[in-house]
Design a protein around this ligand. Sequence first.
Ligand code: SF4
Length: 370
Amino acid sequence: MTVSTALNTIYTKALQGERLDGGEGLQLLKNAPLLDIGSVAQKVRLLKNPQQSVTFVVDTNLNYTNVCDAYCTFCAFYRTEKDTDKYTYSVDQMLTQIGKAVEQGVTTVLIQGGLNSALPMEYYEDLVRRTRKTFPGLTPHFFSAPEINKMAEVTEASVHEVLFRLKKAGQTTLPGGGAEVLSDRVKHQISRLSPKGKVNDWLEVHRQAHLLDYRTTATLMYGHLETDEDIIEHLEHVRSLQDEALAAGKEGFTAFIPWSYKRENTPLANKVKVESGPNKYLRMIALSRIYLDNIQHVQASWFSEGKKTGQIALHFGADDFGGTLFDENVMQEAGFYNRTTKEEVLRMIREAGFIPVQRTTEYEHISYYN
Ligand code: SF4
């Protein structure tokens, strides 16, 4: 069979709603012409989310500490205990920052930090509980899987117990950071010192979260040491975990969010040979939409890939435009700076040909902007 015949067979399968296997995913990733995979992905998107609308959330990213003992080679954000510009904010200081964000109209605050062994479990519980109490209209979208694993380590508790305690404090969603590429080969090279830094550690946090009725997101940070096979392995892990959640009667992942590695100020930079420009990003968006047949939403990023690429991604299978991200410091440390306003997000979605719809963290619609 020629490559183009094989690709046509895969396109037909995808459009008929049939699941692709790993070999077919790899074929799309390696050989599909960009506009062809984009066109199939957009048709699949419209079958899954037929409305001509694109959702977005008004949110911000805050950080409670930059102290971390994982030393990931792709990270420009962390500081050690010896660094003079290290910081750890108290819960009161975090509430002040959250309050300022609420004044700007945010409905979601994503909070992440370094893996700081000095912080007890009560700190995290207090942060969630007081956020819920002080800002009842806000969703605390706090702590990625490595932080949950760090809490479990510090508290000498299970992941389930940590998530249970956070849920009791008022948390209902979990961001998907820390996945990077779900391949132990890659993880060993980029985050080998991260406690619980194996693929299964990330999966287990999200598995337990789903079983406790959290909604979570899945992410992918590509464009460094991974191969195409690693990317397919990543998508396969995410799809299988979502199968597990659905089989257990849970809703699991809300969305899949790929982004490219930002290299400035990071030790990994001089080892990277993988391409990660707009072409690759659009291919990743399209492939994710086609391969992840059990995940409802794929998020395009105006932030990490640039505004124009973000808009184009809305024609390559993405149905969500991410958040306004009023404050973001992690990528900024890696020399990457991008800002927007709610008005600009509305304009960018309209310009791309869609109706903007403001959503919650859990993808419930709040306001239509016809
Ligand atoms: S990516 Fe996260 S866990 Fe890794 S060094 Fe940076 S802050 Fe620490």
